[in-house]
Design a protein around this ligand. Sequence first.
Ligand SMILES: Cc1cc2nc3c(=O)[nH]c(=O)nc-3n(C[C@H](O)[C@H](O)[C@H](O)COP(=O)(O)OP(=O)(O)OC[C@H]3O[C@@H](n4cnc5c(N)ncnc54)[C@H](O)[C@@H]3O)c2cc1C
Length: 376
Amino acid sequence: MLNGVDVVKAGETDWDSARVAWNLAVDQRPAMVARPGNADEVAAVVNFAREEGLRVAVQAEGHGANALGELGEDTLLLKTGRMTGVEIDAENRRVRVGPAAKWSDVSDLASPQGLAALSGSSAEVGVVGYTLGGGHGWLARKYGFACNSAIAVELVTADGRLIRTDHEKEPDLFWALRGGGGNFGVVTALELELYPVPELYAGMLAWPWERTSDVFHAWREWVPGLPDEMGTWARIFQVPPMPDIPEPVRGRQLVVVEAAYLGDEDVGSELLLPLRELGPEIDTFAAAPPASLGHLHMDPEDPVPFAGNGQVLDELPAEAVDAVVAAAGPGSESNHSRPRRWPRSLNARATPATDPMAREWSPPIDTGKPPCASPA
Ligand SMILES: Cc1cc2nc3c(=O)[nH]c(=O)nc-3n(C[C@H](O)[C@H](O)[C@H](O)COP(=O)(O)OP(=O)(O)OC[C@H]3O[C@@H](n4cnc5c(N)ncnc54)[C@H](O)[C@@H]3O)c2cc1C
């Protein structure tokens, strides 16, 4: 029995809202959805599922719902959404999170202290799911994968035990959790290391997508010479012609380089010179707080339908760049994507007075420092 635990079954009033995933392309239809409010309730749900012969699938909001595969009549979906909570120990550079915490919950507390966790492109992604799966973010070149910043994990195992594991206690389980995803139990708390970020210089450069080949080749040559303090992504960014998109980029197709430099503006600007020499049309680089990294990539913040894939490469030869440009660049049949939110966390170089695009963007966060100088 599941006395006191919030459980929703098919046909009940809020069935559709209980089973929905953040990735709206995934139609989850498990036998039931359980929404425990604490670790004891998680253990009760796991014991119940075992006794009933049900599989248990765990989910925070469902950013990674596609990876769970088919959920059917034999599966109980355990949603951790009620188990929020973040406690920060700035002095010891540690944070403890509940299983429903998002990166924004961490950065809201850590960023004002000049600290950052190893989060990725989106402030809205769940800390636990991201970290258990590895977690590759802006600071990865300097500090590694998020899973390796884990100090301790508390979880309910398949036999219903609530245990705490770290480098000393149950070290094999701790090793497996760091990259093994949700396969070893239901995580009820996670403790992570935080990293000092006294200075950060971050932003994006954008050109019309007709320049994709030039920019991607220049980026490919630029990256190997960078210090580990610089993390960077390059992408083709197609903006559909939808009315709620700012006019200057509505319907535009752009090639974009984003980067975050753990250091000051002078050195960061010098490192960016080879790309700025290509004459970007948009340049938002500025000194910024660590929390801005959760918005730099302009990921959607509300649930959307999407599909994604990824691969780690040993090397990126020039032929691979040509192949990407042919498949997704000018002249290809690649589709438009839709940004749901515009950058508001970085000071734009252009001001609302000088640039119509800047006028359309939300106001930047005040970093206490002036926007960066115009590129050479
Ligand atoms: C917009 C967007 C941006 C992203 N950016 C990055 C990025 O920059 N870098 C990167 O590395 N990844 C990125 N990802 C991928 C993301 O890290 C994974 O999809 C991750 O699994 C999401 O975790 P979640 O908790 O938000 O999602 P959920 O779908 O809720 O959880 C994903 C999986 O994590 C496991 N899990 C979650 N909670 C628990 C728990 N309490 N106990 C045990 N297992 C659990 C389960 O296996 C679950 O299926 C991004 C995804 C999106 C949608």
